[in-house]
Design a protein around this ligand. Structure first.
Ligand SMILES: [Zn+2]
Length: 301
């Protein structure tokens, strides 16, 4: 999916990184070789590379174009960010802002930024490097931070580098979150929270904890339909075959699995478009009940 029309509202998928491969056990420590083989047969080469068995993901963000506002859901990894431990996030140099520009969207045009959570690959383009300092990329935008999520990351930052991963999360606070707070461009919200509501559309953020303590999903209702931006509730479509399969970064794997299951139960077999942050290939689709569980039907076009 590149573009989705919901009545007067248009959603654009804006890819930061098309191909983000991982060794299966690096992404899902409990995965079996049989699960990888089965997923490869079911999902194809866009999602499991047949040459080396690597799991293929993307990093993508979504622009919601309302008649009277432009909303960005997640901001990807960002450029120039040092992440010496989380090497998959280290020192990107992508043309992400050019891709936004190709849609006719300049940084000044963005009114609201919502991060599903504050991991480095979801709030990175909150800031860019300018004259050696991190400054807000979208200087006019109100950045919505769920209170529980901001509190969690700020606590990691305050505690100091307990381990190498925590040190990279503290860097994320320093270079991607704090400059937005300092610039007075943050809105710290309790959830659920209505971001936008008028005759054209309603946008709501709702709790979806587990991957991180304050993770949210973003619901868009427009044109009589619903789309849900699911962030990292589900990282890869192979998880539909095993909703308990934990991702390496899940803060509370049991809670993350429960949230995945609740998402599937709530939206399967309904006219609800699911827009995840990391699915490769067409990126978005619908959840469908299948024998013994769920599968994902892709939205082409
Ligand atoms: Zn992510």
């Amino acid at each position: 999916m590149r573009t989705l029309e919901l009545g007067p509202v248009t959603v654009h998928r804006v890819i930061e990184l098309e191909r983000w491969p991982f060794a299966p056990a690096e992404m899902f420590p409990g995965i079996t070789e049989e699960q990888v083989r089965t997923a490869g047969r079911a999902l194809g080469a866009e999602h499991i590379d047949p040459r080396d068995g690597q799991i293929v993901m993307s990093i993508q963000t979504y622009v919601i174009r309302l008649p009277h506002a432009t909303v960005l859901v997640d901001t990807g990894n960002g450029n120039d960010k040092p992440r010496p431990t989380l090497r998959a996030h280290h020192m990107f140099r992508t043309g992400y802002l050019d891709r936004l520009g190709d849609l006719g969207i300049a940084p000044d045009d963005v009114d609201v930024v919502i991060s599903t959570h504050l991991h480095p690959d979801h709030c990175g383009w909150n800031t860019r490097l300018s004259g050696g300092a991190w400054v807000p990329t979208f200087p006019r935008a109100r950045h919505l931070f769920p209170r529980a999520e901001l509190d969690h990351l700020a606590a990691i930052h305050r505690a100091g580098p307990g381990d190498a991963v925590a040190a990279d999360l503290a860097r994320t606070f320093e270079d991607s979150v704090r400059p937005v707070l300092d610039a007075g461009r943050a809105a710290v919200v309790d959830t659920p929270h209505t971001v936008w509501s008028d005759d054209d559309a309603r946008i709501t953020v709702r709790d979806a904890p587990g991957h991180t303590p304050g993770h949210v999903v973003v619901e868009l209702d427009a044109g009589g339909r619903r789309a849900v931006f699911t962030g990292d509730v589900i990282h890869h479509p192979l998880q539909f075959a095993d909703l308990d399969l934990a991702q390496a970064g899940d803060h509370d794997p049991g809670l993350a699995a429960r949230t995945r299951r609740e998402l599937c139960e709530a939206y399967a077999d309904r006219d609800v478009v699911i827009l995840p942050a990391h699915f490769a290939g067409p990126g978005a689709g619908m959840i469908v009940r299948a024998s013994g569980g769920y599968r994902f039907d892709w939205l082409e076009g």
